[in-house]
Design a protein around this ligand. Structure first.
Ligand SMILES: [Zn+2]
Length: 525
């Protein structure tokens, strides 16, 4: 078969397979009905079978050696190979892998930690850590949230061994390295970048964390030097605690989030009416409680699932999800189907983050919520502080996760004792001595179910800041400008996956990914 004929065929077959999976996924998420779960499993299996086809994979590898390939052909074949490679394993191994992953996932769904012998739900733990003043109850809730770690850690260690053995069959030294490679990332380069980011922001983070600790200390009546991990409102210190003086409740109580999102995007010259119409935005029984954006058919059917309530969290979430949606919407549809996706997971994350951050920018309250400048001025500095703290704290958490995960796959042995070394080194938290050596890390679901993915969140934040500074310096000081939308549409969205992420950044901002913009965004010295 000729290359052109082969690619035409694969593009049209994949389009149908992806559409089927997406629709079933959407129907399941919006109804919770069992029949869609079955249909989703079926269509998912069909897609995976397609990607595991040995003959097709051989052809892809053969075509890739052809030196006369056009750039667009080469790009399609590379992405196809990256999708197909992890599926080229024996049916037994594939089955073992998915059984083990599903087992961990279902433990997370069903497990309940205990406080004084009584089972507590995740929501109850979250509530306690957000509001409770009694330190001993906070501690109990936090410890309850870690109980699942002991249950799943042995299973994750098992899974790490299995994943590594699969990666070795493909000639990689471990699964971590394989996954980076398939995501077109280089392990050493990304880790070097994160290490540099860490050292460049250490002093600022120390000051920021002192300030945050001071606020918590005041709120809880505990000396700031004795704060322990259970005194923060997030169990992993993944988010800035709720300690800022911003009248969000007052501001959002009578607002229509959908309208605010529409207005935001229309100010930069993007039309999102159609996307909102196809979306499922409000709470309903049986519906998935989170939020996501899904590109159904790689044509124009982009949808968002959300559970909007009139508050800042949902404003931020909707601005974020709509960032993913407009990316999909404006990808050039004359490209082959395989290339009608964002350039990388982290480039679409970056766009979503760029727009999500607007709910912490004073100009958004003035322009979109039409609030009086004097009003906004009252909470302007708290708003910006909360954004900066959030970016810094989440960056530190991501680094902790990413560095630990690499050790997990490289050492392939029990490394429980490393966790709190990393927590203290990167998040600057006091460590409860009696927890050292416990598998508290495993209480984070992503180690089991979303392996080697977390780095994309920090790469996304870095790119979001890089685009932000580029726009300010070269296009418009004010984000609410049609030229800003034109930049996103023409320079970022349109090329889809026809450009690798580094090419995309160079072509759009003049340089490859440069973490210094995020450093600048979060630094206070
Ligand atoms: Zn996202």
């Amino acid at each position: 078969m000729e290359i052109k004929e082969f690619l035409d065929k694969v593009n049209s077959e994949l389009k149908e397979l992806i559409k089927e999976v997406s629709l079933n996924y959407w129907n399941l998420a919006t109804t919770g009905q069992k029949e869609w779960e079955e249909k989703l499993k079926e269509s998912d299996l069909k897609l995976r079978k397609y990607l595991s086809d040995k003959e097709k994979f051989k052809l892809v590898e053969k075509f890739l050696k052809d030196t006369s390939l056009s750039k667009i052909e080469h790009r399609q074949l590379i992405l196809l190979r990256n999708e197909m490679l992890p599926n080229q394993i024996s049916e037994d191994k594939l089955k073992e892998l998915s059984t083990k992953e599903i087992e961990i996932e279902s433990i997370f769904v069903n497990f309940r930690g205990k406080i004084d012998g009584k089972e507590v739900s995740d929501n109850e733990i979250v509530e306690i850590l957000r509001k409770e003043k009694d330190s001993s109850l906070r501690r109990k809730a936090w410890e309850a949230s870690k109980e699942i770690g002991e249950v799943v850690a042995p299973k994750i260690y098992d899974l790490v061994k299995l994943r590594n053995s699969i990666a070795r069959d493909f000639g990689y030294s471990n699964y971590y390295e394989m996954m980076f490679d398939l995501q077109e990332l280089n392990v050493n380069e990304v880790h070097k970048m994160f290490k540099e980011f860490k050292s460049k922001t250490d002093t600022s983070f120390m000051i920021i964390k002192d300030e945050v600790d001071e606020r918590i200390s005041e709120k809880l009546g505990i000396p700031s030097e004795s704060l322990m991990p259970w005194h923060y409102s997030d169990r992993f210190f993944q988010e800035a605690p709720n300690v800022y003086n911003i009248p969000f409740d007052e501001i959002f109580k009578n607002r229509n989030i959908e309208d605010l999102v529409k207005k935001t995007y229309s100010e930069v010259g993007m039309e999102v009416e159609e996307i909102l119409k196809r979306s499922d935005l409000y709470e309903r029984k049986g519906k998935n409680q989170h939020a996501f954006c899904i590109f159904i058919d790689r044509e124009d059917d982009v949808r968002i699932l959300a559970n909007i309530r009139p508050n800042e969290k949902w404003a931020e979430t909707m601005l974020h999800e709509m960032g993913h949606a407009v990316y999909d919407k404006y990808v050039d549809k004359s490209l082959p189907v395989i290339l009608r996706t964002p350039s990388h997971i982290f480039t679409t994350e970056a766009v979503a983050m760029f727009f999500g951050r607007l709910s912490r920018r004073p100009e958004w309250y003035k322009k979109i919520l039409k609030m009086d400048s004097n009003e906004v001025e009252k909470f302007e500095s708290e708003l910006l502080t909360s954004l900066r703290d959030q970016l810094m704290i989440s960056a530190r958490w991501i680094i902790t996760f990413v560095f630990f995960e690499r050790e997990l796959y490289e050492r392939e042995e029990n490394i429980d004792s490393l966790w709190y070394d990393f927590v203290s080194q990167y998040q600057f938290l006091n460590v409860p001595e009696e927890r050292r050596g416990k598998p508290d890390w495993a209480a984070k679901i992503h180690f089991g179910t979303n392996p080697v993915y977390y780095q994309n969140y920090l790469l996304g934040e870095m790119m979001a800041s890089q685009m932000g500074f580029y726009l300010k310096e070269n296009i418009s000081d004010d984000v609410f400008n049609k030229k800003v939308g034109a930049f996103f549409i023409n320079k970022i969205f349109k090329p889809g996956a026809s450009l690798r992420w580094d090419e995309l950044l160079i072509q759009s901002t003049g340089e490859t990914l440069n973490p210094d913009y995020l450093v600048k965004e979060v630094s206070i010295i």
